[in-house]
Design a protein around this ligand. Structure first.
Ligand SMILES: Cc1cc2nc3c(=O)[nH]c(=O)nc-3n(C[C@H](O)[C@H](O)[C@H](O)COP(=O)(O)OP(=O)(O)OC[C@H]3O[C@@H](n4cnc5c(N)ncnc54)[C@H](O)[C@@H]3O)c2cc1C
Length: 468
Protein backbone atom coordinates (compact mmCIF):
# COMPACT_ATOMS: atom_id res chain seq x y z
CA UNK A 1 0.00 0.00 0.00
CA UNK A 2 1.28 3.43 -0.93
CA UNK A 3 0.00 4.92 2.32
CA UNK A 4 1.64 2.18 4.41
CA UNK A 5 4.99 2.48 2.59
CA UNK A 6 4.98 6.26 3.09
CA UNK A 7 4.26 5.90 6.82
CA UNK A 8 7.00 3.30 7.28
CA UNK A 9 9.59 5.47 5.48
CA UNK A 10 8.53 8.50 7.58
CA UNK A 11 9.63 6.67 10.77
CA UNK A 12 6.66 7.64 12.95
CA UNK A 13 6.58 11.34 12.09
CA UNK A 14 4.24 11.48 9.09
CA UNK A 15 1.01 13.39 9.49
CA UNK A 16 -1.50 10.63 8.72
CA UNK A 17 -4.09 13.02 7.29
CA UNK A 18 -1.52 14.55 4.97
CA UNK A 19 -0.45 11.10 3.74
CA UNK A 20 -4.07 10.08 3.21
CA UNK A 21 -4.65 13.25 1.21
CA UNK A 22 -1.59 12.53 -0.92
CA UNK A 23 -2.53 8.97 -1.80
CA UNK A 24 -6.26 9.55 -2.33
CA UNK A 25 -5.94 12.73 -4.41
CA UNK A 26 -2.72 11.84 -6.25
CA UNK A 27 -4.30 9.87 -9.09
CA UNK A 28 -6.77 12.69 -9.85
CA UNK A 29 -3.96 15.22 -10.35
CA UNK A 30 -1.78 12.83 -12.37
CA UNK A 31 -4.75 12.24 -14.69
CA UNK A 32 -5.23 16.01 -14.95
CA UNK A 33 -1.55 16.47 -15.82
CA UNK A 34 -1.90 13.85 -18.57
CA UNK A 35 -5.00 15.69 -19.88
CA UNK A 36 -2.90 18.87 -19.92
CA UNK A 37 -0.34 17.18 -22.14
CA UNK A 38 2.02 15.44 -19.69
CA UNK A 39 3.69 12.56 -21.53
CA UNK A 40 4.65 9.57 -19.43
CA UNK A 41 6.34 6.39 -20.64
CA UNK A 42 4.00 3.74 -22.06
CA UNK A 43 4.19 0.29 -23.55
CA UNK A 44 1.40 -0.84 -25.88
CA UNK A 45 -0.46 2.37 -24.95
CA UNK A 46 -0.42 1.52 -21.22
CA UNK A 47 1.54 3.47 -18.59
CA UNK A 48 4.71 1.69 -17.43
CA UNK A 49 5.21 1.48 -13.66
CA UNK A 50 8.56 1.11 -11.92
CA UNK A 51 9.62 0.38 -8.33
CA UNK A 52 11.97 2.39 -6.16
CA UNK A 53 13.46 1.94 -2.69
CA UNK A 54 11.04 1.16 0.15
CA UNK A 55 8.03 0.82 -2.21
CA UNK A 56 6.36 -2.58 -1.82
CA UNK A 57 5.30 -2.76 -5.49
CA UNK A 58 5.73 -1.16 -8.91
CA UNK A 59 3.60 1.99 -8.80
CA UNK A 60 5.76 4.85 -10.13
CA UNK A 61 5.25 6.34 -13.55
CA UNK A 62 8.16 8.03 -15.32
CA UNK A 63 8.76 10.24 -18.33
CA UNK A 64 11.36 9.94 -21.10
CA UNK A 65 13.02 7.21 -19.02
CA UNK A 66 14.58 9.32 -16.30
CA UNK A 67 13.31 12.90 -16.82
CA UNK A 68 10.04 12.81 -14.89
CA UNK A 69 10.46 16.13 -13.06
CA UNK A 70 11.33 17.94 -16.29
CA UNK A 71 8.12 16.62 -17.88
CA UNK A 72 6.04 17.83 -14.91
CA UNK A 73 7.54 21.31 -15.29
CA UNK A 74 7.16 21.35 -19.09
CA UNK A 75 3.48 20.42 -19.03
CA UNK A 76 2.60 22.75 -16.14
CA UNK A 77 4.32 25.76 -17.72
CA UNK A 78 2.64 25.03 -21.06
CA UNK A 79 -0.76 24.92 -19.30
CA UNK A 80 -0.09 28.13 -17.34
CA UNK A 81 0.91 29.83 -20.60
CA UNK A 82 -2.61 29.21 -21.95
CA UNK A 83 -4.27 31.17 -19.13
CA UNK A 84 -4.70 34.84 -19.98
CA UNK A 85 -4.93 35.78 -16.29
CA UNK A 86 -1.47 34.37 -15.49
CA UNK A 87 1.55 36.62 -16.04
CA UNK A 88 4.77 34.63 -16.08
CA UNK A 89 8.06 36.43 -15.30
CA UNK A 90 10.86 33.91 -15.81
CA UNK A 91 14.15 34.41 -13.93
CA UNK A 92 12.73 36.96 -11.48
CA UNK A 93 14.63 36.60 -8.20
CA UNK A 94 12.51 37.11 -5.08
CA UNK A 95 14.47 38.85 -2.33
CA UNK A 96 12.01 39.07 0.56
CA UNK A 97 8.37 39.06 1.61
CA UNK A 98 6.42 42.22 2.42
CA UNK A 99 4.63 41.98 5.76
CA UNK A 100 2.09 44.55 7.02
CA UNK A 101 0.21 44.22 10.31
CA UNK A 102 1.23 40.58 10.68
CA UNK A 103 0.09 39.60 7.18
CA UNK A 104 2.12 38.76 4.08
CA UNK A 105 0.95 41.22 1.41
CA UNK A 106 3.52 40.81 -1.36
CA UNK A 107 7.12 40.23 -2.45
CA UNK A 108 10.22 42.24 -3.32
CA UNK A 109 12.00 40.89 -6.35
CA UNK A 110 14.67 41.71 -8.87
CA UNK A 111 13.10 42.25 -12.27
CA UNK A 112 15.22 40.34 -14.82
CA UNK A 113 14.14 42.49 -17.76
CA UNK A 114 14.33 45.95 -16.20
CA UNK A 115 17.26 44.81 -14.02
CA UNK A 116 15.61 46.71 -11.24
CA UNK A 117 14.31 45.82 -7.79
CA UNK A 118 10.52 45.98 -7.60
CA UNK A 119 7.73 45.04 -5.29
CA UNK A 120 4.36 43.53 -6.03
CA UNK A 121 1.37 43.42 -3.72
CA UNK A 122 -1.17 40.60 -3.49
CA UNK A 123 -3.92 39.24 -1.28
CA UNK A 124 -2.09 35.92 -1.22
CA UNK A 125 1.49 34.84 -1.89
CA UNK A 126 2.25 31.19 -2.72
CA UNK A 127 5.86 30.23 -2.10
CA UNK A 128 7.16 27.39 -4.31
CA UNK A 129 10.91 27.98 -4.30
CA UNK A 130 12.01 24.38 -3.68
CA UNK A 131 14.53 22.84 -1.32
CA UNK A 132 17.94 23.66 0.13
CA UNK A 133 20.27 20.85 -1.01
CA UNK A 134 22.89 23.48 -1.85
CA UNK A 135 23.52 23.93 1.87
CA UNK A 136 25.83 20.92 1.51
CA UNK A 137 29.21 20.53 -0.16
CA UNK A 138 28.01 17.44 -2.03
CA UNK A 139 24.52 17.59 -3.46
CA UNK A 140 22.43 16.25 -6.32
CA UNK A 141 20.45 19.52 -6.36
CA UNK A 142 20.70 22.26 -9.00
CA UNK A 143 22.46 25.56 -8.09
CA UNK A 144 19.10 27.32 -7.48
CA UNK A 145 18.25 25.00 -4.55
CA UNK A 146 19.61 27.37 -1.90
CA UNK A 147 16.44 27.38 0.22
CA UNK A 148 16.06 31.17 0.18
CA UNK A 149 12.25 30.81 0.14
CA UNK A 150 12.46 29.06 3.49
CA UNK A 151 14.69 31.78 4.91
CA UNK A 152 12.43 34.55 3.55
CA UNK A 153 9.41 32.94 5.21
CA UNK A 154 11.33 32.54 8.48
CA UNK A 155 12.42 36.18 8.52
CA UNK A 156 8.86 37.24 7.70
CA UNK A 157 7.61 35.39 10.81
CA UNK A 158 6.39 32.00 9.51
CA UNK A 159 7.10 28.88 11.54
CA UNK A 160 9.54 26.29 10.22
CA UNK A 161 9.15 22.58 10.97
CA UNK A 162 11.43 19.52 11.03
CA UNK A 163 14.45 21.29 9.56
CA UNK A 164 16.83 18.59 10.87
CA UNK A 165 15.49 15.98 8.45
CA UNK A 166 17.66 16.02 5.35
CA UNK A 167 17.61 13.10 2.97
CA UNK A 168 20.98 12.07 1.58
CA UNK A 169 20.73 10.20 -1.68
CA UNK A 170 22.96 7.13 -1.46
CA UNK A 171 24.10 7.01 -5.07
CA UNK A 172 25.41 10.22 -6.62
CA UNK A 173 28.08 9.77 -9.29
CA UNK A 174 31.44 10.30 -7.61
CA UNK A 175 33.98 11.31 -10.24
CA UNK A 176 36.52 14.02 -9.56
CA UNK A 177 35.61 16.35 -12.41
CA UNK A 178 31.90 15.59 -12.74
CA UNK A 179 28.97 17.15 -10.86
CA UNK A 180 27.24 14.91 -8.31
CA UNK A 181 24.87 13.54 -10.92
CA UNK A 182 22.09 11.39 -9.49
CA UNK A 183 22.14 7.69 -10.33
CA UNK A 184 18.45 7.10 -9.75
CA UNK A 185 16.96 4.86 -7.10
CA UNK A 186 15.20 3.07 -9.95
CA UNK A 187 18.58 1.64 -11.04
CA UNK A 188 18.63 -0.41 -7.86
CA UNK A 189 14.90 -1.02 -8.27
CA UNK A 190 15.60 -2.58 -11.68
CA UNK A 191 18.25 -4.90 -10.23
CA UNK A 192 21.48 -2.89 -9.76
CA UNK A 193 23.67 -3.89 -6.82
CA UNK A 194 26.12 -2.01 -4.59
CA UNK A 195 29.67 -3.34 -4.30
CA UNK A 196 32.76 -2.33 -2.34
CA UNK A 197 36.26 -1.86 -3.74
CA UNK A 198 36.81 -5.64 -3.58
CA UNK A 199 33.78 -6.23 -5.80
CA UNK A 200 31.76 -7.65 -2.86
CA UNK A 201 28.02 -6.94 -2.57
CA UNK A 202 27.70 -5.46 0.93
CA UNK A 203 24.10 -4.23 1.46
CA UNK A 204 22.70 -7.63 2.63
CA UNK A 205 25.12 -7.39 5.58
CA UNK A 206 23.52 -4.08 6.69
CA UNK A 207 19.80 -4.61 6.03
CA UNK A 208 17.61 -7.54 4.96
CA UNK A 209 16.03 -5.33 2.27
CA UNK A 210 19.56 -4.90 0.85
CA UNK A 211 19.69 -2.35 -2.02
CA UNK A 212 15.97 -1.60 -1.61
CA UNK A 213 16.21 -0.48 2.02
CA UNK A 214 15.13 3.14 2.70
CA UNK A 215 17.57 5.80 1.50
CA UNK A 216 18.90 6.80 4.92
CA UNK A 217 19.84 3.21 5.70
CA UNK A 218 21.53 2.72 2.32
CA UNK A 219 23.38 6.06 2.68
CA UNK A 220 24.65 5.22 6.18
CA UNK A 221 25.60 1.69 5.10
CA UNK A 222 27.67 3.15 2.27
CA UNK A 223 29.42 5.52 4.69
CA UNK A 224 30.13 2.59 7.03
CA UNK A 225 31.43 0.44 4.16
CA UNK A 226 33.64 3.26 2.86
CA UNK A 227 35.08 3.69 6.35
CA UNK A 228 35.57 -0.07 6.78
CA UNK A 229 37.42 -0.38 3.48
CA UNK A 230 39.22 2.98 3.73
CA UNK A 231 37.81 4.44 0.51
CA UNK A 232 35.77 7.47 -0.55
CA UNK A 233 33.53 5.58 -2.92
CA UNK A 234 31.59 2.38 -3.50
CA UNK A 235 30.26 1.09 -6.84
CA UNK A 236 26.89 0.62 -8.45
CA UNK A 237 26.94 -2.47 -10.63
CA UNK A 238 24.38 -2.60 -13.47
CA UNK A 239 26.33 -5.08 -15.60
CA UNK A 240 23.88 -7.95 -15.01
CA UNK A 241 21.20 -6.03 -16.95
CA UNK A 242 20.65 -5.99 -20.67
CA UNK A 243 22.40 -3.11 -22.49
CA UNK A 244 19.41 -2.21 -24.68
CA UNK A 245 17.13 -2.17 -21.67
CA UNK A 246 19.49 0.16 -19.78
CA UNK A 247 19.80 2.55 -22.76
CA UNK A 248 16.04 2.71 -23.12
CA UNK A 249 15.18 2.85 -19.40
CA UNK A 250 17.87 5.33 -18.30
CA UNK A 251 18.71 7.39 -21.40
CA UNK A 252 19.88 10.52 -19.58
CA UNK A 253 21.98 8.58 -17.09
CA UNK A 254 23.39 6.45 -19.91
CA UNK A 255 24.42 9.53 -21.91
CA UNK A 256 25.80 11.44 -18.91
CA UNK A 257 27.92 8.51 -17.76
CA UNK A 258 29.12 8.00 -21.34
CA UNK A 259 30.16 11.67 -21.44
CA UNK A 260 32.36 11.01 -18.41
CA UNK A 261 33.81 7.84 -19.95
CA UNK A 262 31.62 5.23 -18.22
CA UNK A 263 29.45 2.60 -19.92
CA UNK A 264 26.68 1.74 -17.45
CA UNK A 265 26.20 -1.68 -19.06
CA UNK A 266 29.86 -2.62 -18.69
CA UNK A 267 31.57 -0.47 -16.02
CA UNK A 268 31.31 -0.34 -12.26
CA UNK A 269 29.95 3.13 -11.48
CA UNK A 270 31.66 5.01 -8.60
CA UNK A 271 29.03 6.44 -6.22
CA UNK A 272 28.76 8.05 -2.79
CA UNK A 273 25.97 9.84 -0.88
CA UNK A 274 25.02 13.50 -1.42
CA UNK A 275 22.33 15.77 0.06
CA UNK A 276 19.15 15.35 -1.94
CA UNK A 277 15.90 16.42 -0.28
CA UNK A 278 14.66 18.53 2.67
CA UNK A 279 11.80 16.92 4.54
CA UNK A 280 11.38 20.05 6.66
CA UNK A 281 10.42 23.55 5.64
CA UNK A 282 7.64 26.10 6.05
CA UNK A 283 5.03 24.64 8.40
CA UNK A 284 1.72 24.35 6.56
CA UNK A 285 -1.72 22.93 7.06
CA UNK A 286 -3.38 20.56 4.57
CA UNK A 287 -4.24 23.53 2.32
CA UNK A 288 -0.75 25.02 2.09
CA UNK A 289 -1.48 27.77 4.64
CA UNK A 290 1.62 28.82 6.58
CA UNK A 291 1.39 30.27 10.08
CA UNK A 292 1.82 33.74 8.55
CA UNK A 293 -1.58 34.89 7.24
CA UNK A 294 -1.46 35.61 3.52
CA UNK A 295 1.50 33.27 2.93
CA UNK A 296 0.89 29.86 1.32
CA UNK A 297 3.48 27.34 0.26
CA UNK A 298 3.78 24.15 -1.76
CA UNK A 299 6.46 21.67 -2.78
CA UNK A 300 9.85 21.05 -1.23
CA UNK A 301 9.88 24.46 0.50
CA UNK A 302 7.15 23.18 2.87
CA UNK A 303 6.69 20.77 5.69
CA UNK A 304 3.18 19.37 5.16
CA UNK A 305 3.91 16.32 7.30
CA UNK A 306 3.68 13.98 4.27
CA UNK A 307 7.29 12.84 4.49
CA UNK A 308 7.76 12.65 8.27
CA UNK A 309 11.39 11.95 9.11
CA UNK A 310 12.19 10.51 5.68
CA UNK A 311 10.64 10.87 2.24
CA UNK A 312 9.52 7.78 0.35
CA UNK A 313 11.18 7.88 -3.09
CA UNK A 314 9.14 9.78 -5.71
CA UNK A 315 6.59 11.17 -3.25
CA UNK A 316 7.87 14.72 -3.76
CA UNK A 317 6.64 15.40 -7.29
CA UNK A 318 3.28 13.97 -6.24
CA UNK A 319 3.26 16.14 -3.10
CA UNK A 320 3.97 19.21 -5.25
CA UNK A 321 1.02 18.38 -7.52
CA UNK A 322 -1.53 17.59 -4.80
CA UNK A 323 -0.61 20.26 -2.27
CA UNK A 324 0.21 22.81 -4.98
CA UNK A 325 -3.37 22.49 -6.24
CA UNK A 326 -4.67 22.73 -2.68
CA UNK A 327 -2.52 25.77 -1.83
CA UNK A 328 -3.72 27.48 -5.01
CA UNK A 329 -7.39 26.91 -4.27
CA UNK A 330 -7.05 27.94 -0.59
CA UNK A 331 -5.15 31.10 -1.61
CA UNK A 332 -7.88 31.97 -4.12
CA UNK A 333 -10.76 31.24 -1.73
CA UNK A 334 -9.19 33.01 1.28
CA UNK A 335 -8.36 36.05 -0.90
CA UNK A 336 -12.05 36.71 -1.40
CA UNK A 337 -12.32 37.41 2.33
CA UNK A 338 -8.95 39.13 2.79
CA UNK A 339 -8.93 42.85 3.53
CA UNK A 340 -5.58 44.13 2.29
CA UNK A 341 -5.03 47.85 2.00
CA UNK A 342 -1.86 47.95 -0.07
CA UNK A 343 -0.85 50.27 -2.85
CA UNK A 344 -1.99 49.11 -6.27
CA UNK A 345 -2.59 45.47 -5.59
CA UNK A 346 -1.08 43.22 -8.30
CA UNK A 347 0.88 45.97 -10.12
CA UNK A 348 4.62 45.61 -9.79
CA UNK A 349 6.28 48.93 -8.91
CA UNK A 350 9.93 50.02 -8.66
CA UNK A 351 11.41 50.17 -5.19
CA UNK A 352 14.75 50.98 -3.56
CA UNK A 353 16.47 47.89 -2.17
CA UNK A 354 19.78 47.72 -0.37
CA UNK A 355 21.87 46.31 -3.18
CA UNK A 356 25.15 47.48 -1.66
CA UNK A 357 26.27 43.93 -0.99
CA UNK A 358 24.91 42.42 -4.20
CA UNK A 359 22.01 40.01 -4.54
CA UNK A 360 24.00 36.78 -4.71
CA UNK A 361 25.32 34.58 -1.93
CA UNK A 362 29.00 35.48 -1.59
CA UNK A 363 31.28 32.69 -2.82
CA UNK A 364 33.30 32.70 0.41
CA UNK A 365 30.18 32.40 2.60
CA UNK A 366 28.71 29.69 0.40
CA UNK A 367 31.90 27.63 0.40
CA UNK A 368 32.39 27.89 4.16
CA UNK A 369 28.75 27.10 5.07
CA UNK A 370 28.63 24.14 2.67
CA UNK A 371 31.81 22.65 4.12
CA UNK A 372 30.62 23.06 7.72
CA UNK A 373 27.24 21.53 6.87
CA UNK A 374 28.85 18.53 5.18
CA UNK A 375 31.39 17.89 7.94
CA UNK A 376 29.36 18.73 11.06
CA UNK A 377 25.65 18.63 10.15
CA UNK A 378 25.80 15.79 7.61
CA UNK A 379 24.86 12.11 7.48
CA UNK A 380 26.32 11.41 10.94
CA UNK A 381 25.97 14.11 13.62
CA UNK A 382 26.73 14.55 17.32
CA UNK A 383 26.42 17.21 20.01
CA UNK A 384 29.97 18.52 19.69
CA UNK A 385 29.94 18.75 15.90
CA UNK A 386 26.58 20.53 15.91
CA UNK A 387 27.59 23.01 18.61
CA UNK A 388 30.76 23.86 16.71
CA UNK A 389 28.75 24.33 13.52
CA UNK A 390 26.32 26.72 15.23
CA UNK A 391 29.22 28.73 16.68
CA UNK A 392 30.78 29.07 13.24
CA UNK A 393 27.45 30.09 11.67
CA UNK A 394 27.09 32.80 14.33
CA UNK A 395 30.56 34.10 13.47
CA UNK A 396 29.67 34.21 9.77
CA UNK A 397 26.31 35.91 10.48
CA UNK A 398 28.05 38.63 12.50
CA UNK A 399 29.73 39.81 9.28
CA UNK A 400 28.49 42.41 6.82
CA UNK A 401 26.38 40.15 4.57
CA UNK A 402 24.08 40.51 1.57
CA UNK A 403 20.45 39.46 2.09
CA UNK A 404 21.06 36.23 0.16
CA UNK A 405 24.17 35.35 2.20
CA UNK A 406 22.26 36.06 5.41
CA UNK A 407 19.41 33.84 4.23
CA UNK A 408 21.86 31.02 3.45
CA UNK A 409 23.68 31.03 6.77
CA UNK A 410 20.43 31.47 8.73
CA UNK A 411 18.98 28.41 7.05
CA UNK A 412 22.10 26.39 7.86
CA UNK A 413 21.76 27.47 11.50
CA UNK A 414 18.10 26.37 11.55
CA UNK A 415 19.09 22.87 10.38
CA UNK A 416 21.93 22.63 12.91
CA UNK A 417 19.78 23.96 15.80
CA UNK A 418 17.01 21.45 15.23
CA UNK A 419 19.55 18.63 14.75
CA UNK A 420 21.09 19.54 18.12
CA UNK A 421 17.66 19.68 19.77
CA UNK A 422 16.63 16.22 18.50
CA UNK A 423 18.53 13.89 20.83
CA UNK A 424 17.61 10.66 19.03
CA UNK A 425 18.07 9.06 15.59
CA UNK A 426 15.09 8.90 13.26
CA UNK A 427 14.70 8.81 9.49
CA UNK A 428 17.11 11.19 7.78
CA UNK A 429 18.55 12.42 11.10
CA UNK A 430 21.27 10.27 12.69
CA UNK A 431 23.05 11.16 15.95
CA UNK A 432 26.15 9.11 16.83
CA UNK A 433 25.59 10.05 20.48
CA UNK A 434 21.88 9.08 20.41
CA UNK A 435 21.76 6.20 17.89
CA UNK A 436 18.30 4.93 18.94
CA UNK A 437 14.81 6.23 18.19
CA UNK A 438 13.29 7.77 21.32
CA UNK A 439 9.51 8.26 21.54
CA UNK A 440 10.04 11.34 23.71
CA UNK A 441 10.97 12.94 20.37
CA UNK A 442 8.00 11.63 18.39
CA UNK A 443 7.14 15.27 17.74
CA UNK A 444 7.87 17.88 15.08
CA UNK A 445 10.55 20.49 15.80
CA UNK A 446 9.19 24.00 15.37
CA UNK A 447 11.27 27.16 14.99
CA UNK A 448 10.04 30.72 14.79
CA UNK A 449 12.13 33.88 14.76
CA UNK A 450 12.61 35.27 18.28
CA UNK A 451 11.33 32.11 20.06
CA UNK A 452 13.10 29.01 21.37
CA UNK A 453 12.73 25.76 19.44
CA UNK A 454 10.00 23.40 20.70
CA UNK A 455 8.32 20.08 19.87
CA UNK A 456 4.74 19.83 18.56
CA UNK A 457 2.71 16.64 18.16
CA UNK A 458 0.85 18.00 15.14
CA UNK A 459 1.86 19.90 12.04
CA UNK A 460 -1.55 21.18 11.04
CA UNK A 461 -4.14 22.27 13.64
CA UNK A 462 -2.59 25.34 15.26
CA UNK A 463 -1.77 26.61 11.78
CA UNK A 464 -5.41 26.61 10.76
CA UNK A 465 -6.54 28.36 13.93
CA UNK A 466 -4.01 31.16 13.48
CA UNK A 467 -5.14 31.81 9.92
CA UNK A 468 -8.83 32.21 10.62
C1 LIG B 1 18.40 14.93 -9.52
C2 LIG B 1 17.06 14.85 -8.87
C3 LIG B 1 16.16 13.87 -9.25
C4 LIG B 1 14.91 13.79 -8.64
N1 LIG B 1 14.04 12.80 -9.03
C5 LIG B 1 12.81 12.78 -8.48
C6 LIG B 1 11.84 11.81 -8.91
O1 LIG B 1 12.10 11.00 -9.78
N2 LIG B 1 10.62 11.83 -8.31
C7 LIG B 1 10.28 12.72 -7.33
O2 LIG B 1 9.16 12.70 -6.83
N3 LIG B 1 11.19 13.64 -6.91
C8 LIG B 1 12.42 13.69 -7.45
N4 LIG B 1 13.32 14.63 -7.02
C9 LIG B 1 12.89 15.63 -6.04
C10 LIG B 1 12.03 16.65 -6.75
O3 LIG B 1 12.61 16.95 -8.02
C11 LIG B 1 11.93 17.94 -5.97
O4 LIG B 1 11.53 17.67 -4.67
C12 LIG B 1 10.91 18.84 -6.64
O5 LIG B 1 11.43 19.27 -7.89
C13 LIG B 1 10.60 20.05 -5.81
O6 LIG B 1 9.71 20.81 -6.56
P1 LIG B 1 9.43 22.30 -6.19
O7 LIG B 1 8.51 22.82 -7.24
O8 LIG B 1 9.05 22.42 -4.78
O9 LIG B 1 10.85 23.02 -6.33
P2 LIG B 1 11.82 23.11 -7.58
O10 LIG B 1 11.50 22.10 -8.61
O11 LIG B 1 13.20 23.14 -7.00
O12 LIG B 1 11.48 24.53 -8.17
C14 LIG B 1 11.72 25.71 -7.42
C15 LIG B 1 11.81 26.87 -8.39
O13 LIG B 1 11.87 28.09 -7.62
C16 LIG B 1 12.90 28.90 -8.16
N5 LIG B 1 13.45 29.76 -7.09
C17 LIG B 1 14.21 29.41 -6.03
N6 LIG B 1 14.51 30.49 -5.28
C18 LIG B 1 13.90 31.54 -5.86
C19 LIG B 1 13.82 32.93 -5.58
N7 LIG B 1 14.41 33.46 -4.51
N8 LIG B 1 13.11 33.73 -6.41
C20 LIG B 1 12.48 33.21 -7.49
N9 LIG B 1 12.51 31.90 -7.83
C21 LIG B 1 13.22 31.08 -7.02
C22 LIG B 1 13.94 27.93 -8.70
O14 LIG B 1 14.73 28.55 -9.69
C23 LIG B 1 13.05 26.83 -9.27
O15 LIG B 1 12.68 27.12 -10.58
C24 LIG B 1 14.56 14.72 -7.62
C25 LIG B 1 15.47 15.73 -7.25
C26 LIG B 1 16.71 15.79 -7.87
C27 LIG B 1 17.68 16.87 -7.44
Amino acid sequence: MHEGDTLVAGAGLCDEQAVETLVTEGTKYIKQLIEWGGEFDREGGKLVFTQEAAHSRRRIIHAHGDSTGAEFVRSLIARAGQEKTINLTPFANTESLIVRDGRCVGVRFLDPVLRQPREIYAKAVVMATGGAGQLYQHTTNPPVATGDGMAMAYFAGAEMADMEFIQFHPTALNLEKAPRFLLSEAMRGEGGSLKNKYGERFMPRYDERAELAPRDIVARSIVAEMRRTGTRTVFLDMTALDEDFLKHRFPKIYETCKFYGLDIAKDMLPVSPASHYCMGGIRTDLWGRSTLPGLYAAGEVTCTGVHGANRLASNSLLEGLVFGARAGSAAAADSLKAQVSSPKSQDARPVALDLEHGTQISTAVKKRVKRIMWERVGILRDKDSLKRAIKEFDQIAAGNLSTSSRNFVTLARLVATSALWREESRGGHFRNDFPEQDDKFKVHSIQEIGSPIYGSEKISPSVQIKNQ
